[in-house]
Design a protein around this ligand. Structure first.
Ligand code: F6R
Length: 240
């Protein structure tokens, strides 16, 4: 795993946006794997600026998001579809019909999960997957567990994740207890992975990811099996 250590969040966002922009320049019809949460917000801001200046175009880009709460309406202001519209899609020249987020209202998760993975494969696979990391080492909503699931699936959120994400909701009781997430197998199929982490609250998960063990109790440790992962982080996330 390559590590880029940055001075601050601004620099993390800049480095990440540059990697995405370079790919979009080299391959205008690239397939991006996108994440939500607070970490990539700065990167999305930079990408919006670059698009407004005419430095990059999203015209031919296809995107697949990692996850969505379940159940949730796409118009709910805490849905990940809403987040993506607000932070990126509404501000750039992307064709929204080519932006995909797992369906937070699915009645048939097994069928839709398999279809989501098949659609990614049919699009040629994800060229660049952006990831954040949970304080508990989750990737997407692949939570620490006895076993991980390879494909896109419905999962229960751990208490730790519900607590961490309650900052976005009026109260903890409002946080959905389940999510529809790409599986670790779906994520590991991406050609390149860029993981962003900042702050001391991510240090334990980052440290466990970087040590020598691979364990389902820290899903991020599986990223060590991928041959093209870049961790972009600050010193607090790396060193505590
Ligand atoms: C979001 C996602 C999650 C977050 C993680 C970190 O789509 O898949 O794994 O990346 O929970 O969230 P933040 O960035 O809010 O600390």
């Amino acid at each position: 795993m390559k590590i880029i250590v940055c001075e601050n969040y601004e620099e993390i966002s800049q480095e990440a946006a540059k990697l995405v922009a370079d790919l979009m320049t080299a391959k205008p019809d690239c397939v991006l794997g996108l994440a939500t949460g607070s970490t990539p917000v700065g990167m999305y801001k930079k990408l919006v600026e670059m698009n407004k200046k005419g430095e990059i175009s999203f015209e031919k880009v296809t995107s697949y998001n990692l996850d969505e709460y379940y159940p949730i309406e796409p118009t709910h202001d805490q849905s990940y579809r809403y987040f993506m519209n607000q932070n990126l899609f509404d501000h750039v020249n992307i064709d929204k019909s080519k932006t995909f987020v797992p369906n937070g209202l699915t009645k048939d998760p097994a069928k839709e999960g398999a279809a989501y993975d098949a659609a990614i494969d049919a699009a040629g696979g994800i060229d660049l997957q952006i990831l954040g990391i949970g304080q508990n080492g989750h990737i997407g909503f692949n939570e620490p567990d006895d076993a991980l699931i390879a494909g896109t699936h419905i999962t229960s959120l751990t208490e730790n994740t519900i607590e961490a994400n309650s900052r976005f909701f009026a109260s903890k009781a409002d946080v959905p207890t389940q999510a529809f997430t790409m599986g670790m197998g779906s994520i590991m199929k991406a050609k390149k992975i860029v993981l962003l982490a900042n702050g001391t609250n991510k240090h334990a998960a980052v440290a466990q990811m970087l040590d020598d063990k691979i364990t389902t109790s820290c899903p991020a440790t599986f990223l060590k099996l991928h041959k093209d992962v870049i961790l972009i982080c600050d010193k607090a996330a790396l060193n505590g």
